[in-house]
Design a protein around this ligand. Structure first.
Ligand SMILES: CC(C)(COP(=O)(O)OP(=O)(O)OC[C@H]1O[C@@H](n2cnc3c(N)ncnc32)[C@H](O)[C@@H]1OP(=O)(O)O)[C@@H](O)C(=O)NCCC(=O)NCCS
Length: 466
């Protein structure tokens, strides 16, 4: 045995000390008083040989895989290098964090709150969808009329906030992003509501044809059309999901400690995000304008890489803030049981794995209401995937261009570029190389788009980017 300590079965009358031969040579062994099921704990000292055939730990043939210490080293290096950057930033710019400035991002005129009004008006569209479904359930309108009403309602959800953001001058860009974001979520939710209720009617008709009567097997569960209530509709509107179903899985109780932890995380990370943007992102972006105007390529790349660090850090914090803290907070409050808001996207070895795992609510919606229906109609898989990315690209552009009142298509192209990138990575890279490619596309791709928009915004509003 190669181990210093091992269990040895010996006859009760056996020696307590002795010698034995192993492949390491002659060993002296000593038996300890510790005994379990007739096995004695022994230790041995090898006299002649101290070598064995073995691989170095860092060669893959060794099968060694515990790199916990290296991971800690990475974290320590990251903290140290960022501490240096933090000090450099403070020495260069002083404290730039300004909470009053944050308020001005939301309000231009204290007597005009267009974004808040827009959010309140969204109730009209929610109720319109509910009443259309009620009419469809009792058969007072035909399926075609119902579909037309839904299409009209969904079109209004996209057009009215966009028109408001473009025409009301007191609407700030941040107010525009928030209200358009809420309307986009509402669009996806009400689209799902329409589909899910139509599927229920189809099932009801199929059952009626088979002359069977349906009752919910569990009485606490709602069955169609009992779900068409204000309470059910508003539960869905606030629930952290985009896909409607009649009976959501529910957690048994609200865990108060869990809720408080998520709330504190939300408040703290929100402050951290605002602070990092003001102190780190904004000055870096401002310093990047000159090289971009002069088309100084090497300085542009240097600025881009400089911006990549705070941008990526802010994106990671945003991911945790939104997908873990905020969605879990809402879910806990509403006792919404399905907490799968993200999967292990950080291990993505392909671009498609990343997109299918980092934002589960959107991915589930895409699969259920767009991708799978297309596949079922016989659309080719590549075409269906490209169509999903096309719709996603439209919404990304919608959420950026309209609040900024500037149509540049950078977000659209960034999203559409994912299709050839996905093909390239899956064809030529795999394993750790694929994972590195996904990280690089995230770390570099986002600041490119950010710089493009900021540069164009400065040029458009201030005439020169300097
Ligand atoms: C396009 C997209 C939906 C593809 O997802 P994917 O998981 O790679 O797709 P797959 O082809 O592996 O199949 C997914 C599902 O379709 C099913 N499927 C595949 N071929 C099918 C067919 N011919 N008929 C029916 N179902 C089929 C699979 O069984 C699988 O089902 P499951 O989820 O129940 O296991 C995904 O990349 C996506 O969501 N992209 C957009 C994401 C996005 O824009 N997010 C925005 C975040 S800000």
């Amino acid at each position: 045995d190669l181990d210093q300590n091992y269990m040895l079965r010996l006859p009760k009358s056996g020696p307590l000390e002795g010698t034995l031969w192993s492949h390491r040579g002659l060993c002296i062994f000593k038996m300890s008083p510790y005994k379990m099921n007739n096995y004695f704990k022994c230790s041995h000292v090898c006299l002649y040989s101290c070598h064995a055939v073995q691989e170095s730990l860092l060669s893959s043939a060794s099968g060694f895989s515990n790199y916990r210490g290296i991971l800690n080293w990475c974290v320590v290096m990251l903290v140290l290098s960022n501490a240096r950057l933090f000090l450099e930033n403070i020495i260069k710019y002083g404290i730039l964090v300004d909470p009053i400035q944050v308020v001005s991002l939301f309000l231009k005129d204290p007597y005009s709150w267009p974004a808040a009004c827009l959010i309140i008006v969204s109730n009209v569209f929610i109720l319109a969808a509910l009443y259309t479904e009620r009419r469809l359930a009792v058969g007072t309108i035909s399926e075609t009329t119902g579909l037309i009403l839904h299409i009209f309602n969904l079109s209004c959800i996209l057009v009215i906030p966009a028109a408001t953001a473009l025409t009301v001058t007191s609407m700030t860009s941040v107010g525009g992003v928030i209200s358009l974001g809420i309307y986009t979520v509402l669009f996806l939710k009400l689209y799902s509501y329409k589909d899910a209720n139509r599927w229920c009617r189809e099932i009801r008709q199929a059952k009626a044809k088979r002359l069977t009567r349906s009752y919910s097997s569990v009485q606490t569960h709602v069955s169609y059309p009992g779900n068409l209530t204000h309470r059910d509709m508003y539960y869905f509107v606030f629930a952290p999901t985009l896909c409607y179903q009649l009976n959501f899985p529910r957690s048994s109780r609200i865990r108060k400690r869990f809720l408080m932890r998520r709330l504190l995380e939300m408040l703290f990370l929100m402050q951290l995000l605002v602070g990092l943007i003001q102190q780190w992102m904004v000055p870096t972006i401002q310093n990047s304008m000159k090289p971009f105007q002069e088309m100084d390529f090497s300085r542009m790349v240097e600025r881009l890489l400089k911006l990549a660090v705070p941008n990526h850090l802010i994106w990671l914090i945003f991911f945790y803030w939104f997908f873990h803290s905020s969605l879990n907070f809402m879910a806990e409050l509403l006792q919404f049981g399905d907490r799968e808001f993200y999967r292990d996207w950080w291990n993505s070895e392909t671009v498609t794995y990343f997109w299918a795992n980092w934002n589960i609510p959107v991915h589930k919606w895409c699969l259920r209401h767009f991708y799978k229906p297309m596949l079922r109609k016989g659309t080719n898989k590549f075409l269906a995937q490209s169509a999903v990315f096309l719709v996603s690209a439209f919404f990304h552009e919608y959420l950026v261009s309209i609040p900024l009142r500037m149509f540049r298509l950078w977000a659209f192209m960034g999203m559409m570029a994912q299709v050839p990138l996905a093909l390239f990575v899956s064809r030529f890279l795999n394993g750790n190389y694929g994972n590195a490619a996904v990280w690089i596309s995230l770390i570099i791709g986002q600041p490119v788009a950010v710089l493009m928009y900021v540069h164009d915004y400065y040029v458009l509003h201030y005439g020169s980017s300097a």
